[in-house]
Design a protein around this ligand. Sequence first.
Ligand code: CA
Length: 225
Amino acid sequence: MRILVIEDEPKIAQAVKKGLELKGYAVDMVHDSDSGLSYAMDPDYDLIVLDRMLPGKMDGVELCGELRKNNISTPVIMLTARGTIGDRVEGLNSGADDYLVKPFSFDELIARVRALLRRPPVTVGSIVKVDDLSLNPQNYEVKRGSKEVKLSKKEFSLLEYLMHHEGQVITKEMIASHIWDEEADILPNTIEVYIGYLRNKIDRPFPKKKTLIHTLRGFGYKLST
Ligand code: CA
């Protein structure tokens, strides 16, 4: 999952970026509302953390309103130093999905990020399931049947993305833009290599079970039963 952080205060921006990266998210960061808006218009972001008070032509509330006007529905968590009822209502009215008052605890931010990224169709509680493969984003536990599968952070992010899009064809470009941030150097075969790692952990050790990761030559990949 790829997250855009729009926050002008360098310390907070860095801390949020680092913390989210430690949880396995790909994070891009900008520091004013002008570049914030142009980045946020990119539909490849899965979530935006948006500071309310920003240098630039707009503040966070206006930026969010502008996004919604342009039919960008990426979930937005708004950060603000003020927490009055009026501010809260204004933030939510502009199309923000959630609201966090500074100073906030990082655990709370993560909990809200997770809640917004959770998508209903294939989830049981917060656990995502495809056939007998299950993935729990709370504790990073992945299981095929009852057998636990150990994944690296990148492998986990890739699998989570594929499972959220069960049955859909996912191109390498989609994977690159949702799992890696813009500064990452991705070689042409990086994604194949990671798909290979996943196969070796999810499919190959279970020859009697259904193969879940499929390659569609020239198109991309699909996770399905
Ligand atoms: Ca600010």
